[in-house]
Design a protein around this ligand. Structure first.
Ligand code: HEC
Length: 167
């Protein structure tokens, strides 16, 4: 008992001496919480989590952001919402900030990430990395004109007014 107390005392002293250890842990818990908020209110799950829109968001956290094997096909070819757990785990924070601000193919709303503050992007990163086991990568991008053999959504506008005629 005595020995235990001494050990705890030592730990607490070490934590105090290391200046801000507890603070850092508090900050990262806050970042994870903020990241979860940003992800769930910015629509990332619409595409990057299977079954999320169909179930009105009733997908357990364990399944979030693992990517989607159902592609989106349009003039750009066929794209698959990436497994964001794998992406975040393969990058350090600085690389994540860079990768998240690149131009990406449709229908990824890359301009939303581009306009996100560094702080929120870092929070999203902390949140994604707090999620567990990543699971499998989404299928590879398929260029236009190449046969697609996965399920996909035709992302092509129909019945658009003829702009030429309207002018
Ligand atoms: C409308 C569907 C859609 C939504 C909503 C969406 N994404 Fe994506 N995202 C995609 C697709 C599709 C790709 C793959 C694009 C490509 O192949 O170029 C992608 C790619 C990405 C990538 C690049 C992954 C890599 O391999 O480097 C990141 C990062 C990303 N999305 C993050 C997010 C975040 C964070 C949100 C929420 C703010 C979000 N996405 C919302 C569809 C979506």
């Amino acid at each position: 008992m005595r020995i235990r107390n001494v050990a705890w005392g030592g730990l607490v002293t070490a934590a105090l001496l290391s200046g801000g250890w507890a603070q850092a842990a508090g900050d990262s818990a806050a970042a994870v919480e903020r990241g979860r908020y940003v992800v769930s209110t910015s629509g990332c799950n619409d595409c990057h989590t299977r079954g999320y829109p169909e179930s009105g968001g009733k997908v357990p956290l364990e399944e979030w952001l693992r990517g989607n094997p159902v592609g989106f096909s349009g003039p750009w070819g066929t794209t698959y919402p990436a497994n964001l757990r794998l992406v975040a785990q393969s990058l350090d924070e600085a690389q994540w900030l860079q990768a998240a601000r690149r131009e990406m193919r449709p229908p990824m709303p890359w301009f939303s990430l581009r306009d996100m503050s560094d702080e929120d992007l870092r929070a999203v990163y902390a949140f994604i990395r707090s999620l567990g086991e990543p699971g499998e990568a989404a299928p590879e991008y398929v260029p236009p004109g190449v046969a697609v053999n996965t399920p996909y959504i035709d992302f092509v506008p129909r019945n658009l007014p003829n702009r030429q005629a309207a002018r």
